[in-house]
Structure formats: C-alpha cells, structure tokens
Design a binder for this molecule. Structure first.
Ligand SMILES: Cc1cc2nc3c(=O)[nH]c(=O)nc-3n(C[C@H](O)[C@H](O)[C@H](O)COP(=O)(O)OP(=O)(O)OC[C@H]3O[C@@H](n4cnc5c(N)ncnc54)[C@H](O)[C@@H]3O)c2cc1C
Length: 467
C-alpha cells in the first residue's frame, strides 16, 4: 500500500521504488519506455488535443496524460456540446450569414467532425452562431488526430505531483491503477484546465473575482423530441426566448432562469444547457475542493431531472421525450488561472483590442455564469486578440499553459475560455515549445510576435489555411 501523505516533490527515491515494484510485477513494460519525453502535455481537453498533436507533428517525443479514458475534456466529459467562438457576432443573425473568424486547429477539428457527420451546421446563439458536436464522434476524431501524429497517450492516469530541480520542473508523479510512477520531460504544457502543474509547482495562481468563480452546470441529453414542434415554439435562437424565461421564473425548484437548448446531429435529440449547480444550501461551489466537487455532482442529479420535468410539462415537442443521460461529470467553467507575463484584461475584450502578438481572435461574448441568469455582453461586428504572453507563467522556465487556465481577468475569461479559442491556445503553446526546444529558450524569452507569425503561417487566418 502506498501512503499518500508521502507525496511531496523531491522524494524521488520513494517514487522510483514504487516504479520498480510495478516493473517487477510485469505490468509496466510499456511505462518503462515512457520515462523521458521532449514534451509532456497534461490534460486531453480541446487545448491538450491541439497541443499534443501539434508538438508530435513537429517531431517531438510527446506524452499526453489524461485522468479519464478518452479525450475531449469538458467538451465531452462535461458534454459542453458545441464549438463556440468560431464565428463573428452581428446585430441580427437571422438576416446574416456566419463568418468564420478562427481557423488553424479549430478548423481542423471542425472539418474532421463535419466529415464524420458529427457536427451540425451553424445554429444561432444570441448574436452569433455555434455548431453542436456529437460527443462520440469527438472522441473518434480526437483519437485519429492523436494517433496519426504519434502522440504517446496515458489514459486513466492522474498527475498528482511534480519533481523540481533548482526551481525547474523535471518530471511529474503520476497515479495509475498499479501505483505511482514518474515521467521526465524537457518541456511541460499544462492543459489541465485547473493549472494543476503550475499549482503543484508552487507557482502563482488566482481564482476568479477575488475567489468568486462561475457556477458549474450539469449538461444532459434528451431523446424522442418532436424537434419541429419545439423549434416552432422556441424559435431559431438556441437561447431561451422571454416566454420561456417567464415560465422558468415561476419554477422555484429551478435556480437558473435563462437556458440554452441545442438540437444535435441525431434525429429527435436535444442537448440541454439548463442547470446552475450550487451546494444543497445554495452556496457557490469551488470544485478544486473535493467536498464541493462531490456535492456539485449530487446536486446536479436533481437539478437536471427537475429541468427535464419542466421541458416535458411546459415546452411543446417534449411531451414524449425521454432522458438519455447526464454528462459523465459536472461541467466546470472556471477554477484556477495563472499569473502570466501578459494578462487578457476585461477592457481588452470590451474595447476589441488588437495585438501583434495575437494567438487567437475572439468575438465570443462575455458569457458569465453567476446568479440566476447568465450575463452575455456582446462584441458586435468586431473581435479582440488574445496575447501570447497570457499562456506564459511569469515564473517557471520550462512550462507553458493552454486552455481555460490562461492568464485572464474574471470577465475576460468568461469570453476567451470557449473551445475554438482553446484549440488555438494549444497550438500556440506547442509552436512555442518547438521554438523553446530548438533555440534552447525559456518561454519567457520567446517573442510573442514570432509565435503570432507562426500561427498565421500555419493556419491562423483565412489567408493561411495550411495544415
Ligand atoms: C457546462 C459547460 C458548458 C459549456 N459550453 C460550451 C459550449 O457550448 N461551447 C464551447 O466552445 N465551450 C463551452 N464550454 C467551455 C469549454 O468546454 C471549456 O472552456 C473547454 O473545454 C476548456 O478546455 P481546456 O482544454 O482548457 O480544459 P478542459 O476541457 O477542462 O480539459 C482539461 C482536461 O485535463 C484533464 N485533467 C485535469 N487535471 C488532470 C490531472 N491532474 N491529471 C490528468 N488529467 C487531468 C481533465 O480530465 C480534462 O480532460 C462549456 C463549459 C461548461 C462547463
């Protein structure tokens, strides 16, 4: 038995012993080859899929570590369900055609999902559009990309600690079904969403607005919906119309009063983003606390079922619907963010700030889930740029982040965290890692303009769609 209280950075002898025991048992032959990598990516969400695929395609020996048995992160395990952030925002989407504003890896995923019939055409969401993905197809497409690129994958493996030498991260401690082991790496890309490597390394992280973070949601899917009838009542906007909000206001048992519904690629199937998850006592939860996280999962069960009851009773087309399933886990929007060499601030978003060191454009609104009605603040006919430096922690030489844990102020994060942009953060982190390895540079020394140029040359905009 392993005493978990012994898990502290630097106890290499202990961890090597655990590793050796595993090898003696004969079950770690493969893991023996996993001892040292050029690039280690933690987390197989949108950012991690893009980062590890791109790093491996650049010729680096890359390991992807994921605690679950599949990739997709919140987009699959949380069934978050749509690719947001692909398109522009306009005053009246009914009278306009969507224009895609971000390409690169986001376009690669969009196209791959589309080819496999796993993505809807653009659907109106307020003043922009989204495309709803099928989670099974997402898993398949991600697996194809990672395997074709030659990424080494460790599923069912959790990173539980870091090994530091002279303030430099040189390895990670992993927990597997056969015990603990250690992997070494030259560069680390933290795509855990929670900035787990950064946190375990003792580097600075913050949480939301003075610790107040957005609420989680439990997504679920419903089958046998008369989609024609429901759309005739609901309208073409996936966001609830005022008459539905009025009905929700009358339901005391439902704590969220503005919701989204997405018809999927499967006939009669609707994805429901309709819950707000708190504690049973109504308190805001912080899911980095396992007690809060466990309570979130339990509270989710009841809120989702109550919302399904509401749909059946109140929304035309749902009378004969059945509950397909909850998402595998509660969807987490926000936990820790890093303190970066640059930070996307709220004002950058609302003033549509453009930057030379841009790694991604975004026209997604500030979509802040706090209170009974999520707040959406739109950026019409414009976009802002996300700076490269928001991925680079101000301390720690050989680590970079990608995804929703980037350095951003609270409301800015509520805009820039969506998946089209997360794909591009992953690609940018991998391109920067390529530069860091080949020029032997700390991430802090890398010129953001150079990464912006590489992003553009390798598929950033319409003009540069090169794969
Ligand atoms: C309810 C909800 C609805 C949403 N709706 C949409 C939407 O419609 N469209 C959209 O584009 N975005 C949506 N989002 C946002 C989007 O899903 C996330 O922001 C995005 O998935 C973040 O990507 P990521 O790669 O940064 O992290 P994540 O998707 O969170 O992935 C992180 C991965 O790291 C793994 N991991 C974490 N720690 C460890 C560890 N220590 N060891 C091993 N593995 C680890 C996790 O298992 C996970 O797979 C939604 C989010 C939520 C919660």
């Amino acid at each position: 038995m392993v005493d978990e209280t012994l898990i502290v950075p630097g106890q290499e002898v202990y961890f090597m012993a655990a590793f050796t025991i595993s090898l003696e048992n004969g079950s770690y032959d493969k893991l023996d080859n996993f001892d040292s990598f050029d690039v280690i990516v933690l987390g197989g969400g949108p950012a991690g899929i893009a980062a590890s695929t791109t790093a491996a395609e650049k010729g680096h020996r890359t390991l992807l570590i994921e605690r679950l048995g599949f990739c997709g992160g919140a987009a699959v395990s949380g069934m978050s369900g749509t690719i947001c952030g692909l398109y522009n925002s306009v005053e009246d989407p009914e009278a306009a055609q969507p224009q895609q504003i971000i390409f690169g890896f986001a376009e690669r995923m969009r196209r791959a999902l589309d080819i496999e019939n796993g993505l809807t055409p653009p659907q109106i969401y307020g003043k922009t559009w989204v495309a709803t993905h099928d989670c099974a197809t997402y898993k398949k497409v991600a697996t194809d990309l990672l395997r074709t690129a030659g990424v080494n994958i460790l599923y069912h493996t959790e990173m539980v600690d870091v090994v530091m030498e002279d303030k430099t991260i040189c390895g990670l401690i992993l927990h597997t079904r056969s015990g603990f082991c250690k992997v070494r790496g030259k560069r680390f890309i933290d795509c855990s969403g929670d900035a787990d490597i950064i946190f375990r390394s003792g580097l600075t992280t913050t949480k939301g607005n003075n610790g107040v973070i957005q609420n989680p949601s439990m997504m679920f899917k419903v089958g046998n919906v008369d989609v024609g009838r429901y759309l005739a009542y609901w309208g073409s906007d996936t966001i609830s119309p005022p008459k539905v909000v009025d009905k929700l206001e009358k339901r005391k048992e439902l704590i969220r009063k503005k919701v989204w519904l997405f018809p999927t690629v499967n006939p009669g199937e609707v994805l429901v983003n309709g819950t707000k998850i708190t504690g049973f006592d109504g308190r805001a939860l912080d899911v980095t606390n396992p007690v809060d996280h466990s309570e979130a999962e339990q509270f989710s069960i009841y809120q989702a079922k109550e919302f399904f009851k509401f749909l059946k009773e109140e929304i035309p087309g749902f009378t004969n619907a059945y509950f397909i399933d909850y998402a595998p886990e509660v969807g987490v929007r926000q936990t820790r963010t890093i303190s970066g060499v640059d930070t996307l601030i709220n004002n950058d978003v609302v003033t549509a700030k453009k930057r030379k060191d841009s790694i991604a454009r975004s026209s997604w609104p500030i979509e802040l889930h706090y209170g009974s009605k999520p707040k959406t603040e739109w950026l019409i006919d414009d976009y802002y740029d996300v700076p490269f430096g928001s991925l680079v922690p101000s301390e720690g030489h050989n680590i970079i982040v990608a995804g929703r844990c980037l350095s951003a102020e609270h409301e800015a994060l509520a805009s820039c965290r969506v998946t089209a942009q997360c794909f591009e953060y992953g690609r940018a982190a991998a391109l920067a890692t390529d530069v860091s390895l080949s020029a032997n540079l700390n991430y802090q020394k890398i010129d953001g303009n150079q990464i912006a140029d590489l992003m553009h040359d390798e598929g950033y905009s319409e003009g540069g769609l090169i794969f």
